[in-house]
Design a protein around this ligand. Structure first.
Ligand code: URA
Length: 286
């Protein structure tokens, strides 16, 4: 047996004596390798774990013949959702049980069935007034929206604000949301599965807000909420109907997305015509 107290201890290795005493007490009293292993040097050479406090308690290292293999850092546990029918069914069930918009927001925040949640910084639920007569729905948040947790706050949002102002509306008199409430990484187009998983939530959001008029901004929003297949340039400017999951019918105007208008300013006149239609419809319904 090696008596720890008899070992020559280096002055600059505080704690070595205690470590050896601890080993001896635990019955580890033989050096099984030919070459001694300097565990201080090994641990110094390893990168510090990212979150020390979250590290699980480690068992005492067992003596081994070869130098201790480097352990990979503990894997970060990311819930992985398989976008499938099961997630769509779960989304439907969660959305249907929300009795208020606040509850719906809570259910969305807890929902782990869409992978986009795990790459986004924030849930982007809505902005504006949920009691408003008009609700506008875009496709998905971009970088600025993801950072702020609010829809349409970037460049296209500023254009949307100007378009609303042109018909006498603002974020106190309009309610704004997106089909997808999490930013797709790198602003990529959401996959059809991601859209189907998020669809029950936006449909319930529309049903609970119950606006007099729904405006879909851009092709993806129109396709999802109006269940049409034509392109938005063909669709825009004509009234359609959004049918909610409980069968309520809401007049809906598909129009061009502000981001598209920023790239194609010549088409702003088309959006202007659509907004005049919307203004007239709101007047006729009030
Ligand atoms: N584009 C969208 O469709 N939604 C936003 O919130 C921002 C940009």
């Amino acid at each position: 047996m090696v008596a720890p107290m008899d070992l020559p201890l280096e002055k600059d290795r505080p704690g070595l004596r205690e470590l050896l005493a601890f080993y001896a007490e635990a019955g580890v009293d033989e050096a099984l390798t030919d070459e001694p292993v300097d565990r201080f040097a090994v641990s110094e050479a390893q990168p510090a774990p990212l979150a020390r406090q979250a590290e699980p308690a480690r068992a005492m290292p067992a003596p081994s013949r070869s130098p201790e293999p480097r352990m990979p850092p503990p894997a970060v546990k990311t819930p992985v959702a398989v976008p499938d029918e099961g997630q769509v069914a779960l989304a439907r069930q969660r959305a249907a049980t929300a009795a208020t918009l606040d509850e719906l927001r809570g259910h969305l925040a807890e929902f782990d069935g869409c992978n986009l949640k795990f790459t986004a910084k924030n849930l982007v639920f809505a902005d504006g007034n949920p009691q408003a007569d008009i609700m506008l729905v875009g496709e998905a948040p971009g970088r600025d929206e993801d950072l702020e947790g609010l829809p349409f706050v970037g460049r296209s949002g500023q254009l949307l604000d100007r378009m609303l102002a042109a018909i006498g509306l603002d974020r106190q008199t309009a309610y704004i949301a997106n089909v997808i409430p999490w930013r797709p990484p790198g602003n990529r187009t959401p996959t059809p599965q991601e859209t189907e998983i998020c669809r029950p939530f936006i449909e319930r959001q529309i049903e609970l807000a119950n606006p007099k008029v729904l405006v879909t901004l851009g092709g993806p929003s129109a396709k999802t909420l109006l269940r049409v297949t034509e392109g938005v340039l063909r669709l825009r400017g004509t009234w359609k109907v959004h049918v909610t999951s409980s069968g309520m019918e809401i007049p809906a105007m598909p129009t061009l997305h502000p981001a598209y208008l920023l790239r194609n300013p010549a088409h702003k006149k088309l959006a202007w015509r659509d907004f005049l239609e919307i203004k007239a419809k709101l007047r006729s319904l009030s």
